[in-house]
Design a binder for this molecule. Sequence first.
Ligand code: NAP
Length: 286
Amino acid sequence: MRIIDGKECAQQVKDQIAAEVADIRAKGQRPPRLEIFLVGDRPDSLAYVRSKDKTCRALGMDCGLHLLPDSTSESDLTAMIDDCNRNDNVDAILIQLPLPDHYNSARVLDLIDYRKDADGLHLMNVGLLHLGEPYVMPCTPKGIMTLLETNDIEVSGEHVVMIGRSQLVGEPTAKLLIHNNATVTLCHSRTKNLSAIARLGDIVITAAGCPNLLQPTDFKEGAVLIDVAMNRVDGKLQGDVYSEATRPELEKRLRACTPVPGGVGPMTIAMLMQNVLDIYKIRHGL
Ligand code: NAP
């Protein structure tokens, strides 16, 4: 079984971005700039935004990190997003989810100018992706597709079983797969006989957030598993299927598999950086 190394793939993407940004700077142009907004003090969200900020700077791009108290009103946040929309020196905007309960998240996300939408979650970008003409793609689905492509895993004509139908992962990934000529079965919490369906998949992608969702015997011989989930069990990260305990049996059964951690996770942040650079390039006609 081949372990699909998301860390290595993400590093290659980031090296390429750093080289392009260095080139932009060498020509005397300003580098791409991302503005990140976090409302509230969830420790996991704080760790995510700090990591995004650090990665952005490490690649030579500029980043504004706005850490706002939970009490920030939706209208105050709206005004700050408006400023960024109008500021020519801001290329991309990211609002860290989840927002506190007193926010209407969909409404806030749609305030971002869709041409500066770093996460690809604006209604316009959702629509364009569904039409097969994506402008900015959501980061995790884009990371999954990049991992498959760089590991020479062909999806055209293959039966892909996608487990999970969230707007963040499952649905957009299914759409991208369909546009790449895969035959897709989209499963969710009401799906009956999940194991039997998984066994039909040439490629199975799990994004349910349920440890031990499937057993290694629920895959056909030679299948590919992309395990997106990040479940913390006894203080350790594991996927919906992949764990240190299941790895030996998966190795006997599968052609290729993403580990958790070190699979899809590192790709998500690399794709965010790619989105920031790509938006900058479109805005500057590069
Ligand atoms: P989510 O919004 O909670 O969606 C979970 C999806 O899985 C839902 O569609 C749900 O079905 C389905 N589901 C739940 N239990 C199921 C079951 N027993 N059988 C079949 N389907 C089931 O979560 P998400 O944001 O998509 O994230 C999913 C997982 O991916 C989480 O573990 C998250 O941490 C991880 N994640 C990882 C990355 C990364 O970078 N690696 C990025 C994002 C998310 P219903 O629609 O019927 O409720």
